[in-house]
Write a protein of this length. Structure first.
Length: 196
């Protein structure tokens, strides 16, 4: 089991079945490690080490490991930026429109399929000790929340906007640029005018 743990530790707590087999680890050993809660199955062929020193973003990293094109978005992104009081029970991720459907055994996710032009807009890559993940920047996130206001509720979009505008680092020109590109400028305009 020590060799198994070393492989996971060398890969920031994650390993694929293919990598494990290439290192001489038999599938029975992997199944035994899962049974003994040493490793956890993320999705078929992808595992994570349970006692790795995970941080608060480990779920985001797990999603990124499972699907390279996944970008943290909407309610999960607004919570990450601390622009909302919500604590979502599922992680919202965006993928390009033509992406095959995917599910994870853990963490629970809600997948949104974005058109290519909206998917590629405003992606930041965050690097932390335990790995990296993609997330939309705060301005794009607010615009996306207004795009999905009928599904997610206008109150969360308004809370995010108000909290964003209250920050010293708020960049109204950047927000406005994303509002135009996301086609929500007519919806956002009266709110920004009232709050600024």
């Amino acid at each position: 089991m020590e060799k198994l743990k070393q492989i996971f530790e060398a890969n920031h707590g994650y390993a694929r079945m293919k990598e494990l087999k290439n290192q001489g680890i038999h599938t029975r050993k992997i199944a035994q490690a899962v049974e003994n809660r040493i490793v956890e199955k993320v999705k078929p062929g992808l595992y994570k080490l349970v006692d790795y020193p995970w941080d608060e973003n480990s779920s985001f990293i797990g999603i990124s490991q499972a699907k390279d094109s996944a970008v943290i978005c909407l309610t999960s992104a607004i919570a990450y930026y601390e622009l909302s009081t919500i604590n979502p029970s599922v992680i919202s991720v965006a993928v390009p429109m033509n992406t095959d459907k995917f599910k994870l055994e853990y963490p629970p996710i809600k997948v949104y399929y974005f058109s290519e032009s909206l998917y590629n807009l405003g992606i930041d890559e965050v690097q932390v000790v335990s790995g990296n993940f993609k997330i939309y920047n705060a301005e794009k996130t607010i615009c996306d929340l207004f795009r999905y206001r009928n599904k997610l509720g206008e109150d969360i979009a308004l809370e995010g906007l108000k909290n964003y505008l209250g920050k010293e680092s708020a960049n109204i020109n950047k927000l406005w640029d994303y509002a135009i590109r996301c086609k929500v400028k007519t919806i956002l305009h009266p709110y920004i005018k009232a709050m600024v």
